[in-house]
Design a protein around this ligand. Structure first.
Ligand code: ATP
Length: 232
């Protein structure tokens, strides 16, 4: 469904991605794990067209999207829930969600809103509350909900667990299976490798801009090298 080939990204003199290749099948949950600065955010940001690619290609459902802009990429069905959530603190929960549905028609947005509320009932309870007054976990749910409003086929999540308590993370992660059942393929970036590998089918480990391991999540959870470096 998504095929990334030999992707390189450079920020000035810094080579952040040194030729990353990755394949994602429809309906998979894959995770990309790695230390701070390994290049995880750079990878998803470059797929989205937010960060320019130096070379390599990205193909989505057989179409080359390497040179498409972010708006076209979102329209084609790929969305990113970015690191740090980036919700609008001065807008209500409803308006934050509606901004995610910006590309659709009004009645389609209402249907999506119901879908998001089914997934995250707490957001319905907080519908008129300002985004900035939500708890961290609720803000993360809002960020995921807003991403789903665009009716994506692929949702990339950049460190959704950041700054959240383990129980709150578990609450959010257990919904990934339901989101997958809605027809959304998931690419999950995480420093929290153990939790990510528990919900994922397959995983990629990135170090200094290169994929160093890729395997089923179960095998990565058992791999001595991965356990030693990432699972403590
Ligand atoms: P983290 O988990 O800390 O977010 P990451 O794996 O997502 O890390 P990236 O944010 O992709 O890593 O960063 C990869 C490398 O690129 C790092 O060395 C970082 O300092 C560098 N980098 C990222 N963004 C920029 C930028 N806008 N300008 C210059 N260098 C950057």
């Amino acid at each position: 469904m998504l095929s990334i080939k030999d992707l390189k990204v450079q920020y000035g003199g810094i080579q952040a991605l040194r030729g990353v290749s990755l394949e994602v099948d429809e309906g998979e949950i894959i995770t990309l794990i790695g230390a701070n600065g390994a290049g995880k955010s750079t990878l998803v940001n470059s797929v989205m067209g937010i960060v320019p690619k130096s070379s390599g290609s990205v193909t989505y459902k057989g179409t080359d999207i390497t040179k498409k802009d972010t708006r076209q990429i979102v329209k084609s069905g790929i969305i990113l829930a970015p690191e740090g959530r980036h919700i609008f603190p001065g807008f209500t929960v409803r308006d934050n969600l509606m901004m995610g549905g910006y590309f659709g028609k009004a009645d389609a947005n209402d249907r999506e809103l119901e879908t998001v509320f089914n997934l995250f009932p707490i957001l319905k309870e907080r519908i008129n509350q300002m985004g900035g007054t939500l708890s961290g976990g609720e803000q993360q749910m809002l960020a995921v909900g807003r991403a789903l409003m665009a009716k994506p086929k692929i949702m990339m999540l950049d460190e959704p667990s950041l700054g959240l308590a383990p129980l709150v993370i578990a609450d959010i992660f257990k919904l990934f299976d339901r989101i997958r059942e809605m027809g959304v393929t998931i690419i999950l970036i995480e420093q929290n490798a153990r939790m990510a590998l528990k919900v994922a089918d397959r995983g990629y480990v990135i170090e200094s801009g290169r994929i160093v391991y890729e395997d089923t999540a179960q095998n990565l959870l058992r791999s001595d090298a991965v356990v030693k470096a990432y699972l403590g």
